[in-house]
Design a binder for this molecule. Sequence first.
Ligand SMILES: NC(=O)c1ccc[n+]([C@@H]2O[C@H](COP(=O)([O-])OP(=O)(O)OC[C@H]3O[C@@H](n4cnc5c(N)ncnc54)[C@H](OP(=O)(O)O)[C@@H]3O)[C@@H](O)[C@H]2O)c1
Length: 252
Amino acid sequence: MGSAIAEGLLASKFCKPADITITKRNLETLGKLKEKGVKITLDNNDAVQNSELIILAVKPYQVSDVLNSFKKKLSTKKILVSVVTGVLIADIEACIETKMPVFRAMPNTAISIRESMTCMSYTNAASAHISLVKKVFLTLGKVVVIDEKLMEAATILGACGTAYAMRFIRANIQGGIEIGFDVKTASLIVEQTVKGAAELLLQNGSHPEQEIDKVTTPKGCTIAGLNEMEHQGFSSSLIKGIAVSYQKIAKS
Ligand SMILES: NC(=O)c1ccc[n+]([C@@H]2O[C@H](COP(=O)([O-])OP(=O)(O)OC[C@H]3O[C@@H](n4cnc5c(N)ncnc54)[C@H](OP(=O)(O)O)[C@@H]3O)[C@@H](O)[C@H]2O)c1
């Protein structure tokens, strides 16, 4: 996630490569970013001391050790952004013991191609801090500010949502092969059709049913197939799956 954010910032020319520092214990995997001019180091303290905006992208169980390792270098003049799943802003504040702008952001894997949906919440942030962090994630996709209480729901809909969409796409490809296409052609048709459908909603600001009405002819093939999907529990299974994912994250 950290490398994907760096790649996205470079691709969008948000800043110069030398303005980005990435830390990691094993630097071997950062060869490509190093070649592009990004600073890489093992030293979290040094990186934090020399940075205005710090993005924390480690596994949840690594958070307290990593924060403790550099918290003395934090100050009210810096901004801390965590993309770590399930770690509350309050947990971060308790660990760092510095009253500073703290953001929690939930992007998804499409951040690597600058098409993320990022949900974010924050505390102690002035409008300049909010604008800067929004600007970072806007270069990497779309951004919505939410109440932190909705961050688990955002994880399900925005981050797990990528996996749900992939299964929908895969099933379409399987159907496409059954009705006569080779896998390559079926994949291209499905991927572009799904992308176009999402763009119709984003660009028209319409409701899915309005777009469906444009495609369905009375007694036609689209409505016949759609109704059969519903008889088989299509919408219901998706909603139930989302609810089960949410129950799981809410309990953990
Ligand atoms: N993947 C997603 O779709 C997604 C979406 C939203 C949020 N997130 C969250 O983003 C976070 C990162 O996810 P990920 O998939 O990118 O995990 P990941 O691939 O395991 O990345 C974690 C990184 O932290 C580094 N790291 C660990 N300890 C460190 C230390 N002491 N100092 C510096 N670097 C350290 C690791 O590198 P070394 O081992 O070399 O140190 C590794 O590169 C997770 O909390 C995840 O929940 C992920």
